[in-house]
Ligand binder design. Structure first.
Ligand code: MTE
Ligand code: MO
Length: 384
Protein backbone atom coordinates (compact mmCIF):
# COMPACT_ATOMS: atom_id res chain seq x y z
CA UNK A 1 0.00 0.00 0.00
CA UNK A 2 1.70 3.19 -1.12
CA UNK A 3 1.12 5.20 2.04
CA UNK A 4 1.40 2.53 4.71
CA UNK A 5 4.52 2.61 6.81
CA UNK A 6 5.21 6.21 5.99
CA UNK A 7 6.01 8.44 8.94
CA UNK A 8 2.93 10.34 10.11
CA UNK A 9 2.56 13.62 8.27
CA UNK A 10 2.00 17.01 9.75
CA UNK A 11 -1.41 17.42 11.31
CA UNK A 12 -1.40 21.16 10.73
CA UNK A 13 -4.01 22.93 8.68
CA UNK A 14 -3.73 23.19 4.96
CA UNK A 15 -1.70 20.03 4.53
CA UNK A 16 -3.75 18.02 2.10
CA UNK A 17 -1.48 15.11 1.30
CA UNK A 18 -3.41 12.12 0.10
CA UNK A 19 -2.01 9.94 2.88
CA UNK A 20 -3.82 7.56 5.19
CA UNK A 21 -3.73 10.07 7.98
CA UNK A 22 -5.93 12.32 5.89
CA UNK A 23 -7.77 10.63 3.07
CA UNK A 24 -7.01 7.23 1.68
CA UNK A 25 -8.28 5.48 -1.42
CA UNK A 26 -7.89 8.14 -4.04
CA UNK A 27 -7.84 7.00 -7.64
CA UNK A 28 -4.20 5.95 -7.60
CA UNK A 29 -4.53 3.90 -4.42
CA UNK A 30 -7.72 2.29 -5.68
CA UNK A 31 -5.91 1.03 -8.77
CA UNK A 32 -3.39 -0.55 -6.45
CA UNK A 33 -5.93 -2.52 -4.38
CA UNK A 34 -8.89 -2.78 -6.74
CA UNK A 35 -8.95 -6.58 -6.75
CA UNK A 36 -8.71 -6.76 -2.96
CA UNK A 37 -11.51 -4.26 -2.54
CA UNK A 38 -14.07 -6.35 -4.38
CA UNK A 39 -12.75 -9.77 -3.35
CA UNK A 40 -14.51 -9.85 0.06
CA UNK A 41 -17.93 -8.62 1.12
CA UNK A 42 -16.37 -7.37 4.34
CA UNK A 43 -13.53 -4.97 3.69
CA UNK A 44 -10.26 -5.57 5.56
CA UNK A 45 -9.52 -2.75 7.99
CA UNK A 46 -6.29 -1.86 6.18
CA UNK A 47 -8.18 -1.56 2.88
CA UNK A 48 -11.02 0.54 4.29
CA UNK A 49 -11.06 4.11 3.02
CA UNK A 50 -10.22 6.93 5.41
CA UNK A 51 -11.75 10.38 5.38
CA UNK A 52 -10.54 12.83 8.00
CA UNK A 53 -11.29 16.55 7.97
CA UNK A 54 -8.49 17.37 10.38
CA UNK A 55 -6.04 15.55 12.58
CA UNK A 56 -6.40 12.21 14.32
CA UNK A 57 -6.91 12.84 18.06
CA UNK A 58 -5.11 10.72 20.65
CA UNK A 59 -7.62 9.57 23.25
CA UNK A 60 -6.70 7.66 26.41
CA UNK A 61 -9.38 4.96 26.73
CA UNK A 62 -8.87 4.83 30.50
CA UNK A 63 -9.76 8.50 30.91
CA UNK A 64 -12.38 8.55 28.20
CA UNK A 65 -16.07 9.07 28.87
CA UNK A 66 -19.07 9.87 26.69
CA UNK A 67 -20.98 12.94 27.80
CA UNK A 68 -24.75 12.82 27.19
CA UNK A 69 -26.50 16.13 27.67
CA UNK A 70 -29.00 18.59 26.20
CA UNK A 71 -32.65 17.59 25.93
CA UNK A 72 -32.34 14.23 27.68
CA UNK A 73 -34.17 13.57 30.92
CA UNK A 74 -31.12 12.42 32.95
CA UNK A 75 -27.80 13.62 31.53
CA UNK A 76 -25.00 11.08 32.09
CA UNK A 77 -21.33 10.41 31.70
CA UNK A 78 -20.58 6.89 30.55
CA UNK A 79 -17.13 5.33 30.41
CA UNK A 80 -16.23 2.68 27.84
CA UNK A 81 -16.63 0.08 30.59
CA UNK A 82 -20.18 1.31 31.24
CA UNK A 83 -21.08 1.08 27.56
CA UNK A 84 -19.52 -2.37 27.30
CA UNK A 85 -21.28 -3.63 30.44
CA UNK A 86 -23.85 -6.06 29.08
CA UNK A 87 -25.94 -5.81 32.23
CA UNK A 88 -26.56 -2.16 31.26
CA UNK A 89 -26.62 -2.35 27.46
CA UNK A 90 -27.20 -5.21 25.04
CA UNK A 91 -24.46 -5.48 22.44
CA UNK A 92 -25.34 -4.98 18.80
CA UNK A 93 -23.30 -6.16 15.81
CA UNK A 94 -24.12 -5.28 12.21
CA UNK A 95 -22.33 -5.48 8.89
CA UNK A 96 -22.79 -1.99 7.50
CA UNK A 97 -21.38 -0.13 4.51
CA UNK A 98 -19.99 3.34 4.94
CA UNK A 99 -19.79 5.43 1.83
CA UNK A 100 -18.39 8.93 1.59
CA UNK A 101 -20.77 11.27 -0.22
CA UNK A 102 -17.72 12.23 -2.29
CA UNK A 103 -17.42 8.76 -3.81
CA UNK A 104 -17.11 8.98 -7.63
CA UNK A 105 -16.64 12.75 -7.41
CA UNK A 106 -13.78 12.46 -9.94
CA UNK A 107 -16.32 11.86 -12.70
CA UNK A 108 -17.82 15.29 -12.02
CA UNK A 109 -14.37 16.85 -11.73
CA UNK A 110 -13.39 15.39 -15.11
CA UNK A 111 -16.34 17.00 -16.83
CA UNK A 112 -16.22 20.30 -15.01
CA UNK A 113 -13.82 20.96 -12.15
CA UNK A 114 -16.22 23.33 -10.37
CA UNK A 115 -14.87 25.16 -7.36
CA UNK A 116 -15.99 23.06 -4.41
CA UNK A 117 -13.37 22.84 -1.66
CA UNK A 118 -13.82 19.10 -1.65
CA UNK A 119 -11.99 18.97 -4.93
CA UNK A 120 -8.68 19.44 -3.16
CA UNK A 121 -9.63 17.71 0.07
CA UNK A 122 -10.84 14.43 -1.31
CA UNK A 123 -10.69 13.80 -5.07
CA UNK A 124 -12.39 10.45 -4.63
CA UNK A 125 -12.87 7.83 -7.30
CA UNK A 126 -14.95 4.66 -6.75
CA UNK A 127 -13.10 3.44 -3.65
CA UNK A 128 -14.50 5.63 -0.87
CA UNK A 129 -16.84 2.81 0.19
CA UNK A 130 -16.52 -0.43 2.11
CA UNK A 131 -18.36 -2.70 4.51
CA UNK A 132 -17.31 -3.66 8.01
CA UNK A 133 -18.70 -5.64 10.92
CA UNK A 134 -19.27 -3.07 13.65
CA UNK A 135 -19.92 -3.92 17.31
CA UNK A 136 -21.22 -1.54 19.93
CA UNK A 137 -24.45 -0.36 21.47
CA UNK A 138 -27.49 1.11 19.79
CA UNK A 139 -27.69 4.87 20.40
CA UNK A 140 -31.39 4.34 21.16
CA UNK A 141 -30.47 2.20 24.18
CA UNK A 142 -28.08 4.88 25.45
CA UNK A 143 -30.76 7.57 25.21
CA UNK A 144 -33.28 5.28 26.95
CA UNK A 145 -30.69 4.72 29.70
CA UNK A 146 -30.73 8.52 30.16
CA UNK A 147 -34.49 8.39 30.71
CA UNK A 148 -35.30 9.23 27.09
CA UNK A 149 -35.53 12.58 25.35
CA UNK A 150 -37.44 15.59 26.59
CA UNK A 151 -40.66 16.23 24.68
CA UNK A 152 -39.47 18.67 22.07
CA UNK A 153 -36.18 16.96 21.16
CA UNK A 154 -36.13 15.63 17.58
CA UNK A 155 -32.43 15.22 16.79
CA UNK A 156 -29.23 13.96 18.39
CA UNK A 157 -26.08 15.97 17.94
CA UNK A 158 -22.77 14.08 17.72
CA UNK A 159 -19.44 15.71 18.65
CA UNK A 160 -16.06 14.46 17.43
CA UNK A 161 -12.88 15.20 19.41
CA UNK A 162 -10.95 16.30 16.29
CA UNK A 163 -10.64 19.84 14.99
CA UNK A 164 -10.21 21.08 11.45
CA UNK A 165 -9.40 24.37 9.80
CA UNK A 166 -11.45 26.11 7.18
CA UNK A 167 -10.80 29.60 5.88
CA UNK A 168 -8.58 30.42 8.84
CA UNK A 169 -11.02 29.25 11.51
CA UNK A 170 -10.92 26.22 13.78
CA UNK A 171 -14.00 24.02 13.97
CA UNK A 172 -15.03 20.92 15.84
CA UNK A 173 -16.48 18.11 13.81
CA UNK A 174 -20.17 18.11 14.72
CA UNK A 175 -23.18 16.55 12.96
CA UNK A 176 -26.67 15.37 13.86
CA UNK A 177 -29.08 12.54 13.14
CA UNK A 178 -32.85 12.62 13.53
CA UNK A 179 -34.39 10.72 16.44
CA UNK A 180 -36.61 8.75 14.04
CA UNK A 181 -33.41 7.19 12.62
CA UNK A 182 -32.07 6.43 16.08
CA UNK A 183 -35.39 4.89 17.14
CA UNK A 184 -35.15 2.06 14.59
CA UNK A 185 -31.71 0.98 15.90
CA UNK A 186 -29.91 2.22 12.79
CA UNK A 187 -27.39 4.32 14.71
CA UNK A 188 -24.71 2.30 16.43
CA UNK A 189 -22.04 3.57 18.81
CA UNK A 190 -19.22 1.22 17.87
CA UNK A 191 -15.95 0.33 19.57
CA UNK A 192 -15.08 -2.63 17.37
CA UNK A 193 -14.43 -2.87 13.63
CA UNK A 194 -14.17 -6.39 12.18
CA UNK A 195 -13.45 -7.89 15.58
CA UNK A 196 -10.62 -5.48 16.41
CA UNK A 197 -10.73 -2.42 18.63
CA UNK A 198 -11.69 0.52 16.45
CA UNK A 199 -8.48 1.68 14.69
CA UNK A 200 -7.37 5.23 15.48
CA UNK A 201 -7.96 6.35 11.92
CA UNK A 202 -11.54 5.11 12.14
CA UNK A 203 -12.44 6.82 15.41
CA UNK A 204 -10.86 5.10 18.43
CA UNK A 205 -12.24 4.59 21.01
CA UNK A 206 -15.88 5.20 19.92
CA UNK A 207 -17.66 6.26 16.75
CA UNK A 208 -21.17 6.47 15.41
CA UNK A 209 -22.17 4.24 12.50
CA UNK A 210 -25.31 5.58 10.82
CA UNK A 211 -26.75 2.92 8.51
CA UNK A 212 -27.61 4.11 4.99
CA UNK A 213 -26.59 7.74 5.54
CA UNK A 214 -23.64 9.54 3.96
CA UNK A 215 -20.40 8.67 5.74
CA UNK A 216 -20.14 12.20 7.14
CA UNK A 217 -22.84 11.49 9.75
CA UNK A 218 -20.90 8.57 11.21
CA UNK A 219 -19.00 10.78 13.65
CA UNK A 220 -15.61 9.43 14.73
CA UNK A 221 -13.82 10.04 18.08
CA UNK A 222 -17.25 10.61 19.56
CA UNK A 223 -17.02 12.24 23.01
CA UNK A 224 -20.33 14.03 23.45
CA UNK A 225 -23.96 13.63 22.35
CA UNK A 226 -26.76 16.10 22.87
CA UNK A 227 -30.53 16.03 22.49
CA UNK A 228 -31.60 19.01 20.33
CA UNK A 229 -34.74 20.40 18.66
CA UNK A 230 -33.52 21.13 15.13
CA UNK A 231 -30.69 19.65 13.05
CA UNK A 232 -27.26 20.78 14.30
CA UNK A 233 -26.22 24.35 13.48
CA UNK A 234 -22.65 23.13 12.93
CA UNK A 235 -21.12 23.85 9.49
CA UNK A 236 -20.68 20.16 8.65
CA UNK A 237 -24.45 19.75 8.98
CA UNK A 238 -25.60 23.07 7.50
CA UNK A 239 -22.91 24.28 5.06
CA UNK A 240 -21.13 21.21 3.79
CA UNK A 241 -22.77 18.13 2.27
CA UNK A 242 -25.41 20.07 0.38
CA UNK A 243 -27.18 19.08 -2.81
CA UNK A 244 -27.92 21.86 -5.31
CA UNK A 245 -29.82 22.04 -8.58
CA UNK A 246 -27.67 22.16 -11.75
CA UNK A 247 -28.29 25.91 -12.25
CA UNK A 248 -26.37 26.66 -9.08
CA UNK A 249 -22.61 27.21 -8.93
CA UNK A 250 -20.22 29.01 -6.64
CA UNK A 251 -21.44 32.43 -7.81
CA UNK A 252 -25.08 32.02 -6.81
CA UNK A 253 -24.96 29.29 -4.16
CA UNK A 254 -26.63 30.04 -0.85
CA UNK A 255 -26.46 27.52 1.95
CA UNK A 256 -30.20 27.94 2.31
CA UNK A 257 -30.94 26.65 -1.18
CA UNK A 258 -28.89 23.49 -0.86
CA UNK A 259 -30.49 20.35 0.53
CA UNK A 260 -28.67 18.81 3.51
CA UNK A 261 -27.92 15.24 2.42
CA UNK A 262 -28.62 12.38 4.80
CA UNK A 263 -29.77 9.24 2.93
CA UNK A 264 -27.36 7.85 0.37
CA UNK A 265 -28.89 7.30 -3.09
CA UNK A 266 -28.59 4.10 -5.11
CA UNK A 267 -25.24 3.84 -6.89
CA UNK A 268 -22.81 1.32 -8.34
CA UNK A 269 -19.39 1.13 -9.96
CA UNK A 270 -17.22 -1.10 -12.08
CA UNK A 271 -13.99 -1.72 -10.14
CA UNK A 272 -12.35 -4.17 -12.53
CA UNK A 273 -11.34 -3.47 -15.25
CA UNK A 274 -10.57 0.22 -14.72
CA UNK A 275 -11.04 3.21 -16.96
CA UNK A 276 -8.47 3.29 -19.79
CA UNK A 277 -7.36 -0.32 -19.29
CA UNK A 278 -6.22 -2.23 -22.37
CA UNK A 279 -7.84 -5.67 -22.41
CA UNK A 280 -6.40 -8.53 -24.41
CA UNK A 281 -9.10 -11.15 -24.61
CA UNK A 282 -10.38 -14.27 -26.32
CA UNK A 283 -13.95 -13.12 -26.76
CA UNK A 284 -14.92 -12.62 -23.13
CA UNK A 285 -14.28 -10.16 -20.34
CA UNK A 286 -15.09 -10.36 -16.63
CA UNK A 287 -16.42 -7.24 -14.90
CA UNK A 288 -16.50 -6.80 -11.11
CA UNK A 289 -17.90 -4.06 -8.96
CA UNK A 290 -20.13 -2.93 -6.13
CA UNK A 291 -23.75 -1.81 -5.84
CA UNK A 292 -25.18 0.04 -2.87
CA UNK A 293 -28.26 1.91 -1.78
CA UNK A 294 -28.87 3.86 1.41
CA UNK A 295 -31.97 5.07 3.19
CA UNK A 296 -33.16 1.58 4.10
CA UNK A 297 -33.14 0.29 0.52
CA UNK A 298 -31.15 -2.56 -1.01
CA UNK A 299 -29.81 -3.15 -4.51
CA UNK A 300 -32.07 -5.69 -6.22
CA UNK A 301 -30.83 -5.61 -9.82
CA UNK A 302 -27.53 -4.74 -11.45
CA UNK A 303 -27.27 -4.24 -15.21
CA UNK A 304 -24.13 -3.83 -17.27
CA UNK A 305 -23.75 -2.52 -20.80
CA UNK A 306 -20.75 -3.08 -23.10
CA UNK A 307 -21.73 -0.30 -25.50
CA UNK A 308 -22.41 2.84 -23.49
CA UNK A 309 -25.97 1.91 -22.59
CA UNK A 310 -27.72 0.54 -25.72
CA UNK A 311 -27.74 -3.13 -24.74
CA UNK A 312 -27.94 -4.16 -21.07
CA UNK A 313 -27.07 -7.49 -19.50
CA UNK A 314 -28.54 -8.31 -16.11
CA UNK A 315 -26.05 -9.64 -13.54
CA UNK A 316 -27.39 -13.08 -12.51
CA UNK A 317 -28.47 -12.89 -8.86
CA UNK A 318 -26.21 -15.84 -7.99
CA UNK A 319 -23.32 -13.56 -9.00
CA UNK A 320 -24.31 -10.96 -6.40
CA UNK A 321 -23.42 -11.16 -2.71
CA UNK A 322 -26.55 -11.27 -0.59
CA UNK A 323 -25.78 -11.65 3.08
CA UNK A 324 -25.96 -8.21 4.59
CA UNK A 325 -28.94 -5.94 4.22
CA UNK A 326 -27.11 -2.78 5.38
CA UNK A 327 -24.08 -3.38 3.19
CA UNK A 328 -23.09 -3.12 -0.43
CA UNK A 329 -23.57 -6.05 -2.82
CA UNK A 330 -20.55 -7.14 -4.79
CA UNK A 331 -21.24 -8.48 -8.25
CA UNK A 332 -19.45 -9.94 -11.25
CA UNK A 333 -20.42 -10.80 -14.79
CA UNK A 334 -18.76 -12.18 -17.89
CA UNK A 335 -19.61 -10.37 -21.12
CA UNK A 336 -18.98 -11.41 -24.72
CA UNK A 337 -16.43 -9.11 -26.31
CA UNK A 338 -16.04 -9.26 -30.09
CA UNK A 339 -14.81 -5.97 -31.44
CA UNK A 340 -11.36 -4.53 -31.30
CA UNK A 341 -11.13 -0.88 -30.35
CA UNK A 342 -12.48 1.53 -27.77
CA UNK A 343 -15.54 0.42 -25.82
CA UNK A 344 -17.61 2.11 -23.15
CA UNK A 345 -18.78 -0.11 -20.32
CA UNK A 346 -21.39 1.10 -17.89
CA UNK A 347 -23.34 -0.19 -14.92
CA UNK A 348 -26.62 0.79 -13.33
CA UNK A 349 -28.42 -0.57 -10.29
CA UNK A 350 -32.05 -0.66 -9.16
CA UNK A 351 -32.90 -0.72 -5.48
CA UNK A 352 -35.76 -2.18 -3.49
CA UNK A 353 -37.74 1.07 -3.82
CA UNK A 354 -37.21 0.77 -7.62
CA UNK A 355 -34.99 3.82 -7.72
CA UNK A 356 -32.27 3.73 -10.33
CA UNK A 357 -29.32 5.89 -11.33
CA UNK A 358 -29.34 9.01 -13.53
CA UNK A 359 -28.00 8.25 -17.02
CA UNK A 360 -25.14 10.76 -17.24
CA UNK A 361 -23.09 12.82 -14.80
CA UNK A 362 -24.66 15.91 -16.33
CA UNK A 363 -28.17 14.54 -15.65
CA UNK A 364 -27.70 15.26 -11.94
CA UNK A 365 -25.09 17.98 -11.65
CA UNK A 366 -24.17 19.26 -8.17
CA UNK A 367 -21.46 21.91 -8.05
CA UNK A 368 -20.62 20.93 -4.46
CA UNK A 369 -19.48 17.54 -5.84
CA UNK A 370 -21.43 15.33 -3.46
CA UNK A 371 -23.29 12.10 -4.25
CA UNK A 372 -22.26 11.44 -7.83
CA UNK A 373 -24.66 8.59 -8.44
CA UNK A 374 -25.12 8.58 -12.21
CA UNK A 375 -24.52 5.45 -14.23
CA UNK A 376 -20.78 4.65 -13.90
CA UNK A 377 -18.97 4.62 -17.25
CA UNK A 378 -15.47 3.48 -18.16
CA UNK A 379 -13.63 3.34 -21.48
CA UNK A 380 -11.45 0.37 -22.25
CA UNK A 381 -9.39 -0.61 -25.31
CA UNK A 382 -10.08 -4.14 -26.43
CA UNK A 383 -7.57 -6.21 -28.43
CA UNK A 384 -8.62 -9.56 -29.80
N1 MTE B 1 -15.88 12.17 12.15
C1 MTE B 1 -15.03 13.08 12.64
N2 MTE B 1 -14.99 13.31 13.94
N3 MTE B 1 -14.20 13.78 11.81
C2 MTE B 1 -14.21 13.57 10.44
O1 MTE B 1 -13.44 14.19 9.71
N4 MTE B 1 -15.25 12.36 8.57
C3 MTE B 1 -16.55 11.84 8.14
C4 MTE B 1 -16.99 10.67 9.01
N5 MTE B 1 -16.81 10.96 10.40
C5 MTE B 1 -15.11 12.61 9.91
C6 MTE B 1 -15.95 11.91 10.83
C7 MTE B 1 -16.63 11.46 6.75
S1 MTE B 1 -16.82 12.71 5.63
C8 MTE B 1 -16.68 10.14 6.35
S2 MTE B 1 -16.93 9.72 4.75
C9 MTE B 1 -16.50 9.05 7.33
O2 MTE B 1 -16.24 9.53 8.64
C10 MTE B 1 -15.36 8.15 6.92
O3 MTE B 1 -15.16 7.13 7.82
P1 MTE B 1 -13.82 6.27 7.74
O4 MTE B 1 -12.65 7.20 7.69
O5 MTE B 1 -13.84 5.39 8.94
O6 MTE B 1 -13.92 5.45 6.48
MO1 MO C 1 -17.31 11.80 3.55
Amino acid sequence: FPYNGEPPRSKSAGVHHPCREKNALSNQELRYIQDRLVSTEITRNEDFFVRNHGGVPEIDPEKYYLEIEGLVKNPQRLTLKDLQDESKFPRQTNVVSLQCSGTRRLEQIHQYPGDGDELINAPWAEGAIGAARWTGVSLKKVIKYCGGLKDDAMHIELFGADTYFKKGKVYNYVVSVPWRKVKINEVLLAWEMNGEPLPKLHGFPLRAVVFGYIGARSCKWLYKIRGIKDPSEAPVQRKEYLYYTPQIGKQNALYSNGFSIQDMPVSSAIISPKDMDVITHDGKVKLKGWAYSGGGHWPIRVEVSPDGGAIWYEVPTENMSTKYYYAWRLWEIELPLDPEGWLEFCVRTWDSALNTQPTYVRSAWNWDLHVTSSCHRIKIYSIN
